[in-house]
Design a protein around this ligand. Sequence first.
Ligand code: ZN
Length: 449
Amino acid sequence: MGKGAGQAAWGRARRPGWPLAPIGIMPLPHRREFLSRTVFLTLLVCKLYGQNQPVPAGNAGVTPKYDLLVRGGRIIDPAQGLSADADVAIHQGKVARIAAGIAESEARQVLDARKMIVTPGLVDVHVHVYDGVAPLGIPADPNCIAKGATTVVDAGSAGAHTFPGFRQYVIRVVETRVYALLNISVVGQSTLSDGNPFGELLDLRYANAKLAIRTIEQNRDVILGVKIRLSKNIAGENDLRALAIAREAADAVRLPLMAHIGGTFSPLPKILAMMKPGDLVTHSYHGHEGGILDGRDRVLPEVRRAVENGILLDVGHGAGSFSFRTAEKAFAQGVLPGTISSDVHQGNVNGPVYDLATTLSKFLHLGINLEEVIRRATSNPAKALAFPPGTGSLREGTAADVAVFELREAPWDMADSMGEKRQGKWRLKPVAALKAGRPYGNSVIPVYG
Ligand SMILES: [Zn+2]
């Protein structure tokens, strides 16, 4: 935190009507009231000026202290408990100072973020970016960093046999910081497509703990856990046996296991019984059989127990894995997600998912306040997996990965994965993203709508 004069002016201060609610559910009337008082831009002004003029007039001859100033935005950094109007000064790729009222003359460049939301670069723990190998893969950069998700986790697109290519041709070359959960099947997600609806665990011989362990040990800097998909079209009746193999691999390398649920042969309580604290369940709010609700829409006691025991509920919206109805019922019973991820892939990138920001906007509609939504896509995922220190926060001294959003107030139709519609009032629109202090692209990102 900055030691400047501006510090006292913001600290943990909040704007009235924008509480940083510990529970995460903000009563709707308050939120509406807040939003009606907030100003929304219809036109984005994102200036990078002075690029060829190191210092503004009046300061000629003075070397600016900072390379870039993100000026005037509403900083939301749950890792530091911050939600306040302030400036982010960046120097040599790192966050140098956060304070209100940092003079523009102190920086070589200024990114005007007034009336914008400024967050740590978002962390999406469930995407598919093995473009060209997993049929559902999409290119990382236009769909991740360009949309504010500077750090993402590819959730099982690659298995032991296909991971070297993922490292070589994706992780190494893209701008987005890409990590992976290794699929317990050696073939990863290369088999399943619309034209070939046969998943990677229908033949259990492809589930190979030994090769998974070896691949993880060789790539610990980028593989953060093990992934398994358990739906019937992917694992058939093998789900629990495959899960045991994934369990063996995850335990051997002491990393978390992410299990994709929904439409499974075995009931969810049997799957949860094999999971451990620190593991993640993804597609937690899906609308198919094998979900978190019982026949009378009550959250299963086994799900509550799992959450109490430290198993994390991840969203993983996806093409078939998020239901407004399930989320509404579960939220009413106090069962919120630990992380909000998109599961963005070929089958949903053109709707209903689009990107992580759109997924987050759906949770605003569901009654989670903005700070708590951002927490679930920054500090919470940062805690869930072993990213490098500083990921998901704007702490001084950490790599300056920053996302800038417009929080636009306008009715918009949103759909879940079941084809159900809701009308949203607010939408986070990605505006700019910085990776280690450098703007990605031209920093003015055209978005739909
Ligand atoms: Zn997925």
